[in-house]
Design a protein around this ligand. Structure first.
Ligand code: C2E
Ligand code: MG
Ligand code: MG
Length: 737
């Protein structure tokens, strides 16, 4: 051994075969780093000599040399992945080595294995110190032969590797949980894709250079795979096709959904995901380093999370779109139309005109030709209107059989409506003649508030339907009759809310589809006035406009309370009570309702509440706090009429709800052939993702029951399973039979 073999000016003597650049942080180095700390140059030389060319577990060693505790610290900080420290006990001070060991452990370096060496046997540390600082071995320098040194290092490296894997997995799992949370919070596709790229890169410990491709079908059924998000070195690929952006071998993976997740190929990691709604997604991240075995299983786990988050995001995106699109005709809906009115109002063009047009006898068309043909007919009418009305025309479906139109008076006139129904339509070989009733309204003649304008227009259309069916009449103030009726009803309601005259409560059963047992009921308010049954769809909005809903809710609570008390001793049955929008917007509402419910001796076992999507969304923060107050007392909340297209579902998961009630519009079009991809299926899925219960509303046929059961919706409500009947007759008909 000569002095020349060890260059004292060099701190770091590499024995690795290929002295490569330091590996990227977080990846496994290609060699084991061993720190030699000794104030005696001979010891460094001897160690370097003894370990020259040695490989342990097939990896070479890289020695880092320090001559004092302080130098050792610098090296540890620069190389946090040192596997073993061979440390001299006596250096600048008699216990400098022990001090270094203590400091290492106290500063959290738990994985590095430590072997103490001393020239003087008297400086052996006490056993307590050996165990407290996790010292792996203690030897006098005389004892250490080459073989012994290699044996000691092998044992130490084995336990280092073991510890490193455990802690790496723990850190990896923590990262996955955090990443999944972040991904689940993304409600926007763009952010979601960026999130996936950064999370994958950080899991592997590389910088994010990657892309996300989405595979969709164009109108001709041809697959199109484009880069929808790209970062780092691949940022330039944004918007390009996958073939232009990636190596053909990797691009080919995109087309092969049978590959396992993740796929490692040519210095990159790829994942692919399929959503039932949004098509396929392909994620590629460059990782020009060896990915450790344990990282592969972490990535596989992570890919499951991405898949769920992607599916989740797709559902939200789809439902969000539905807020403005009629789910059956796929044309704008009431929300979209009101938004267009709002835009119109902002433009202050007084000449604009709107029309409401209903297809006459639509119910009969549905009954005779079936809903499918009826929908195709409506779509054909819509197309004719749009083609004839020209560019500026906006048309929307705002009711089963009703379109709303917005445009300028030159094109939007009685002629437009007349031409749309002049000829019979031929739908799937069947000729159907159509007539329509409409009213034309100059926006200058009605309130500027879109909701108010719609209210005037709707009462005008009702009026024309009643008095001049099949005609197109311009709106005029004599159409106030309907307004008068509303006013008459409001006045009458004011009288009856206190006396309860003519008011009564019906119950409709909720049935478990698997067992056909009645598992609950919904309380529906009824009002009979001078022998005429007034629909709650008519009088509830009137009560809301007159501030009477609280009294009506109290009436229902009391009736349900009496019914429940009369059943004391029998199996409790939860009765759902509908809450009004006006109720939820009322300060102190929840507190007051809870008192009323307690007075009626109702408990979370015997009563629950339903609120409509529109109600909740309109004044979200306030409504949520009111609902939370009910929920914190244990009462369950159902989101009613889900899917009827009121508003955006971006913050659906913030609502404190226990059950989703799927609206009839999602149930009516259900057929065996389309069930899997139906909107009802999405809603059932949504309920399961958010872990809430699910009830289908408006179930009218045995086939719908079967489909819903197949889709995993446990409970249903509808005329097929039981019509609403007076509360006094309910038990005999549905519970005691
Ligand atoms: P909702 O809460 O969604 O109630 C379900 C409505 O669907 C009820 O209409 C029910 O009779 C009807 N329905 C049930 N099964 C079927 C079916 O198979 N086919 C069809 N076509 N319809 C079915 P109803 O009783 O006319 O009530 C209309 C709406 O009025 C209710 O919708 C609810 O929003 C409101 N409402 C009813 N009672 C009250 C009440 O006590 N308070 C408040 N605030 N609102 C109420
Ligand atoms: Mg309801
Ligand atoms: Mg409903």
């Amino acid at each position: 051994m000569s002095v020349d073999e060890f260059a004292p000016s060099d701190d770091l003597v590499s024995f690795a075969d290929d002295a490569e650049a330091p590996p990227l942080p977080g990846t496994t180095p290609h060699c084991w780093r061993v720190l030699v700390v000794d104030d005696d140059d001979d010891v460094h030389r001897a160690t370097a000599f003894a370990l020259r060319g040695v490989k342990i577990f097939e990896r070479p060693l890289q020695l880092l040399h320090a001559r004092s505790g302080a130098e050792a610290w610098e090296l540890v900080r620069a190389h946090p992945d040192i596997a073993v420290g061979l440390i001299d006990v006596v250096m600048e001070t008699p216990d400098a080595g022990l001090e270094l060991v203590r400091a290492l452990r106290e500063k959290g370096y738990r994985e590095i294995r430590l072997v103490l060496r001393t020239g003087q046997p008297g400086y052996a540390p006490e056993l307590a110190v050996i165990s407290a600082y996790e010292i792996d071995d203690y030897r006098t320098k005389d004892e250490i032969t080459q073989t012994r040194l290699i044996t000691v290092l092998t044992g130490a490296i084995r336990s280092f590797e073991h510890l490193r894997r455990i802690s790496h997995n723990r850190v990896g799992l923590e990262l996955i949980v955090k990443s999944a949370n972040r991904l689940f919070q993304r409600t926007n596709f763009e952010l979601f894709c960026q999130g996936v790229l950064t999370q994958v890169a950080s899991l592997v410990g590389v910088e994010a250079h990657g892309l996300v491709c989405a595979k969709t079908m164009n109108a001709d059924g041809v697959a199109n795979c484009r880069v929808v998000s790209a970062v780092g070195r691949l940022a330039h690929t944004l918007g390009k096709s996958i073939d232009e952006s990636l190596d053909p071998a990797i691009a080919a993976l995109c087309r092969d959904p049978n590959q396992p997740n993740p796929i490692f190929r040519d210095g990159g990691i790829a994942f692919h995901f399929t959503s039932s709604v949004e098509g396929q997604l392909f994620v590629y991240v460059e990782a020009k380093c060896e990915v450790a075995e344990e990282d592969v299983s972490l990535l596989a786990l992570f890919s499951t999370n991405i898949a769920i988050a992607f599916e989740n995001l797709s559902l939200i995106a789809r439902l969000d779109r539905l807020a403005y699109i009629d789910p059956i005709l796929e044309i704008p809906n009431l929300n979209a139309f009101e938004a267009a009115l709002e835009v119109q109002r902002a433009k202050r063009t007084p000449a604009a005109r709107m029309a409401l047009m209903s297809v006459d006898s639509y119910d009969s068309i549905v009954a005779v030709h079936g809903p499918h043909t009826a929908h195709l007919l409506l779509r054909a009418v819509y197309r004719t209107l749009m083609e004839d009305g020209g560019e500026g025309l906006i048309a929307a479906r705002i009711g089963d059989d009703t379109f709303a139109l917005l445009g300028d008076p030159e094109s939007l006139d009685a002629g437009l409506v007349g031409r749309a129904i002049a000829k019979p339509y031929t739908i799937e070989g069947i000729e159907i003649a159509v007539s329509a009733t409409a009213t034309l309204i100059n926006l200058a003649d009605v309130a500027t508030d879109p909701a108010e304008a719609m209210r005037s227009a709707s009462s005008a259309l009702l009026h024309v339907e009643r008095t001049h069916r099949g005609q197109v009449l311009p709106y005029n103030t004599s159409m106030r009759a309907d307004v008068d009726r509303r006013f008459g009803l409001l006045t009458a309601l004011r009288r009856v809310v206190n006396s309860g005259e003519g008011l009564w409560v019906a119950l409709q059963p909720k049935v478990h589809l698997g067992t056909r047992r009645v598992v609950g009921a919904e309380a529906l308010l009824r009002w009979t006035r001078d022998g005429e049954a007034i629909s709650p769809a008519e009088f509830i909005p009137i009560a809301e406009s007159g501030g009477l809903t609280q009294a009506l809710t109290d009436f229902v609570v009391d009736a349900v309370g009496r019914w429940t008390r009369a059943r004391t001793g029998q199996m409790p049955l939860p009765i759902a009570i509908n809450l009004s929008m006006a109720d939820l917007n009322n300060p102190g509402f929840a507190r007051r309702l809870l008192t009323r419910v307690a007075d009626a001796e109702l408990t979370p076992e015997t009563v629950e509440f339903e609120v409509t999507e529109g109600v909740v969304m309109q004044n979200a923060m306030w409504a949520i706090s009111q609902l939370q107050a009910l929920k914190s007392e244990g009462f369950k909340i159902a989101l009613d009429d889900f899917g009827s297209g009121y508003s955006s579902l971006g913050y659906f998961d913030r609502l404190p709800i226990d059950t989703l009630k799927i609206d009839r519009v999602f149930i009516t079009p259900l057929t065996v052939a389309t069930a899997r991809h139906s909107l009802a299926a999405i809603a059932v899925n949504m309920a399961s993702i958010y872990n809430v219960g699910c009830v289908a509303e408006g179930v009218e046929t045995a086939e719908q029951c079967q489909i819903l059961e197949f889709l995993g919706c446990p409970v249903a409500q509808g005329f097929f399973l039981g019509r609403p009947i007076p509360i006094g007759e309910f038990a005999a008909k549905f519970l005691e039979a």
